[in-house]
Design a protein around this ligand. Structure first.
Ligand code: KG4
Ligand code: ZN
Length: 360
């Protein structure tokens, strides 16, 4: 019997049981991560090797270095995940791997490793969308959260507002027209002389600044639509810095950081909460919808706070992932992978890593 025929047979048995222990692998950017997750919700282990110190001196991720480090680390990280979960490969029912979007050379390392493992063990292989993984970080944190709900995804590569219609299906409500929110955080952090990755560093600096010191404003975001734009805000910060330099004035970097953070988070939270209200109405929830936050920027405390307050005012339930599941990790892929598995989305060994993969 071919690998795929055998995997399909195993899939049917798992679907009949409705249960599976999934080994997941994530290498889409600068974290080599693996996890063991049971039934999409119970994290038995979550091993993350971060390459941040390697890329820091270059001020950003160097794709070639990322790929090489994934090659070195993927085996040991998978072994660590199995060991920490106290399981062997025999206890694993399926393998989930991030197939995109991300850096293609980095993704390929995880995908090739997962294919090899699937072929050698005969286990079903689940090609998992990175963003479905970020969304699933909420399932690991809120045991009772189930689709449908509205979700704001804000990461280094994505800023989307979607309706999570089901575990394997999103409907696009709005998206950034230019930079992703995390990308804007990183670029502005760089202008402020902060090390990579800029988002968390900018958040730290903003804590001592006044969010109302400077009004960074972007007309595009004032409309009633749900699309967003962040590159204008980034340019406004760059202009503010260079104007001050030309005039020989000192810049209060903490005020700039706090004001920029306030501007970005106001746009994200206003649009996302309004989308959840509308979506709740449309879905017949009487306006009492649920809004979840996902992606690396979900680690931003100011954004979590703003969303939580605005959602509460509008009668919307707000969920955001535990801090350990905000930035890239394996557990979120193990959760998303489980639900894809149960819906029958398994792959043969011919699929490829895809750098750009639409979410909806
Ligand atoms: O989801 P993620 O780990 O990788 C991608 O899929 O892109 O997101 C990384 C992004 C980076 O842009 C990083 O600066 C941003 O998330 N980020 C933050 C914070 N923590 C991570 N941005 C603002 N505040 C934070 N605390
Ligand atoms: Zn990510």
């Amino acid at each position: 019997m071919s690998y795929f025929d055998a995997a399909q047979e195993r899939l049917r048995a798992l679907q009949a049981k409705g249960q599976a222990t999934v080994l997941s692998i994530e290498t889409s950017c600068d974290e080599t991560a693996a996890a063991v997750v049971r039934n999409g919700r119970q994290v038995l282990s979550n091993a993350v090797y971060t390459q941040i110190p390697i890329h820091r001196r270059f001020g950003g991720v160097v794709p070639e270095l990322a790929s090489r480090n994934h090659v070195d680390q993927v085996g040991p990280v998978v072994e660590t995940a199995l060991e920490q979960a106290g399981v062997g490969l025999n206890d694993i029912d399926a393998i989930a791997v991030t197939g995109g979007p991300g850096l293609v050379g980095a993704l390929l390392v995880g995908v090739s490793y997962a294919k090899g493992l699937a072929y050698a063990t005969g286990k079903p292989l689940v090609n998992t969308h990175h963003i479905l993984g970020h969304i699933a970080a909420n399932y690991l944190t809120f045991a009772d959260l189930t689709p449908p709900f509205t979700c704001l995804i804000a990461s280094g590569g994505h800023s989307h507002i979607v309706e999570v219609a089901d575990y394997d299906r999103c409907v696009l409500i709005g998206r950034t027209r230019d930079d992703a929110a995390g990308e804007a955080f990183d670029k502005v952090a760089r202008v402020l002389g902060l090390p990579y990755p800029g988002g968390p560093e900018l958040e730290k600096l903003a804590q001592t600044g006044d969010p109302h010191a400077i009004r960074f404003h972007s007309a595009f975001n004032e409309g009633e639509g749900f699309d967003m734009s962040f590159s204008g805000l980034k340019t406004a910060v760059i202009n503010h810095m260079s104007n001050a330099r030309q005039r020989g004035e000192d810049v209060n970097r903490a005020d700039v950081a706090a004001s920029f953070q306030f501007a970005v988070n106001s746009i994200l939270s206003d649009k996302a909460v309004r989308a959840a209200v509308e979506n709740g109405k449309a879905a017949g929830h009487g306006g009492h919808g649920t809004l979840a936050l996902a992606g690396g920027v979900s680690a931003n405390r100011n954004l979590r706070q703003m969303l939580s307050e605005k959602a509460q005012k509008r009668g919307i339930r707000f969920c955001c992932p535990d801090f350990k599941y905000c930035t890239d990790n394996g557990a979120m892929i193990g959760s998303a992978g489980f639900y894809l598995l149960m819906a029958g989305h398994i792959s043969d060994l011919s699929f490829n890593a895809v750098p750009y993969l639409p979410i909806a």
